[in-house]
Design a protein around this ligand. Structure first.
Ligand code: 5GP
Length: 192
C-alpha cells in the first residue's frame, strides 16, 4: 500500500486557512487533520482534543524532552507542536496528513520530511488581513498588532513553500487546495 502524503499548510493569522481547510477536509475523508498541542489558552468555542490539545507548559516541555514532537515552535509567547506518533501512524496506514502550522515549524518539517508538500495561503493584501483580524474580534488590539507584524515576517518565508494559494475567495481557494492535493497524489514518488 502507498503511504499517505504529508501536507503542511501555513498562513499568516487571519488569512482564513481554517475555513479553506474545513471546506476541503469535510469532503475528503482520506485526509487526517493533525491536532496540535499548545500552551495557549482555548478561545471561546474551542474544544480540547478537537482544535488543539491544550496543555500546560511543563507538560509540553516534557513532550519535547521525550522526543515526542515532530516539530514545535514558540509563537506569540506560546508553544505549539505536532505530536509525531499519530502523524506516522496515519501516513503508514495510507491516509494523508494535514499539518496546519506556522513557518518555523514548517521549515523543520521540510528538513525532516523532504517529501512533504508545503502550501502557503496568503491574503489578497495586508490591509485586507488587518480588516479580517479586527472583524474576528477574538484578540486584543495589542495581540492584533503583534500578529500583523508576525504576518509580514511570515510572508517573507513564502518562497520556501511548494504552492501559494491566494485566499481572495473562499470557494476558489478551496478548489485550489483540492487541486494541490490531487497533484501530490499523482506525483511520482518512485513507488512503482
Ligand atoms: P492560533 O493561536 O491562531 O490557533 O495559532 C497560531 C499559529 O500557530 C498559527 O499560525 C497556527 O498555524 C500555528 N500552529 C498551530 N499548531 C501548530 C503546531 O503544531 N506547530 C507549529 N509550529 N505551529 C502551529
Amino acid at each position: 500500500m502507498n503511504k499517505g502524503v504529508l501536507f503542511v499548510i501555513s498562513a499568516p493569522s487571519g488569512c482564513g486557512k481554517g475555513s479553506v481547510l474545513s471546506l476541503v477536509t469535510e469532503t475528503n475523508s482520506n485526509i487526517h487533520y493533525s491536532v496540535s498541542a499548545t500552551t495557549r489558552k482555548p478561545r471561546e468555542g474551542e474544544v480540547n482534543g478537537v482544535n488543539y490539545h491544550f496543555i500546560k507548559k511543563e507538560d509540553f516541555e516534557a513532550l519535547i524532552q521525550g522526543g515526542n514532537m515532530l516539530e514545535y515552535a514558540e509563537y506569540c509567547g506560546n508553544y505549539y507542536g505536532t505530536p509525531a506518533r499519530p502523524v506516522k501512524d496515519m501516513l503508514n496506514s495510507g491516509k494523508h496528513v494535514m499539518l496546519e502550522i506556522e513557518v518555523q515549524g514548517a521549515m523543520k518539517v521540510k528538513e525532516k520530511c523532504p517529501d512533504a508538500a508545503l502550501i502557503f495561503v496568503v491574503p489578497p493584501s495586508l490591509d485586507e488581513l488587518k480588516r479580517r483580524l479586527l472583524k474576528r474580534g477574538t484578540e486584543t488590539e495589542e495581540v492584533i498588532a503583534q500578529r500583523l507584524a508576525q504576518a509580514e515576517n511570515e510572508m517573507r518565508a513564502a518562497k520556501e513553500y511548494d504552492y501559494i494559494i491566494v485566499n481572495e475567495n473562499l470557494e476558489t481557494a478551496a478548489e485550489d487546495l483540492k487541486t494541490v492535493i490531487r497533484a501530490e497524489e499523482l506525483r511520482n514518488r518512485g513507488c512503482i
